[in-house]
Design a protein around this ligand. Structure first.
Ligand SMILES: [Zn+2]
Length: 234
């Protein structure tokens, strides 16, 4: 194998590592956002369970006030009854009182229903709270792991980039330039093996002339289809 090819393969291996690390770094904020979204969803679940219970509490209070208003009214009617001497008026007040008592009874039925709904809502709220707390602590630890991972990747990237610079020393400038352009345009595979007369970069069959040149290992040879640099391993 040409010494330049050997150097380029080591360089390419490092460049592929750098590429992977950069992708991981780029994806880390997305992972974080995903975790935060899940956390927000469970918090919203607990919030909605709480809101439901609050609504019921408000309704219960409203019903209590409404019933009390009617009871007060009944008391006023009763006072009026005691004060009146007219039989008809006494009778009419009696009817009003009966009507209000019926309404109070309806309100009290609804109050009971609301109280039952409140009792039923409490376990759901407790469950939603439990889930939200669990999710919060789990996501917090996942985010901490992610931060640690980002720091580790950052360090590995720095090391790999420093190594990369050292690995380019001694490589012909034009060849390095060709390699860099191919690495960027060919999905991180600039130097590829020749296998069974086929370029492993583009999977096209190579001409006999190219095969001979690659096997001869006397000069840098490119795939005539994709332009990648070829090498041959026995
Ligand atoms: Zn090719």
């Amino acid at each position: 194998m040409l010494p330049e090819i050997e150097k380029l393969l080591v360089l390419q291996d490092r460049d592929q590592r750098i590429r992977t690390l950069k992708t991981e770094l780029k994806n880390a904020p997305l992972e974080r956002k995903d975790l935060e979204t899940r956390l927000a969803a469970t918090a919203a679940g607990a919030e909605s369970a709480k809101a439901k219970l609050r609504e019921l509490e408000v309704e219960k209070k409203r019903l209590e006030v409404e019933a009390q208003g009617k009871r007060d009214q009944i008391n006023r009617f009763k006072t009026q009854q005691m004060q009146t001497r007219k039989n008809e008026e006494f009778q009419a007040l009696g009817n009003e009182i009966a009507h209000f008592e019926k309404e109070i009874s309806k309100i009290e039925d609804r109050e009971l229903e609301v109280m039952e709904l409140m009792e039923a809502a409490k376990p759901a709220l407790a469950e939603a709270d439990r889930k939200a707390a669990e999710s919060k602590s789990r996501v917090a630890s996942q985010i901490a792991d992610l931060e640690a991972k980002i720091a580790t990747i950052g360090e590995a990237l720095k090391t790999a980039e420093a190594e990369r610079d050292a690995l380019t020393v001694g490589i012909d400038e034009d060849l390095l330039d060709q390699y860099n352009r191919l690495f960027a345009s060919k999905g991180g595979n600039a130097v590829v093996a020749l296998e069974h007369e086929v370029c492993t970069g583009c999977h096209m069959k190579l001409t006999t002339q190219t095969l001979v040149r690659v096997r001869g290992a006397q000069e840098i040879t490119h795939c005539e289809q994709c332009g990648r640099i070829l090498y041959w391993t026995v």
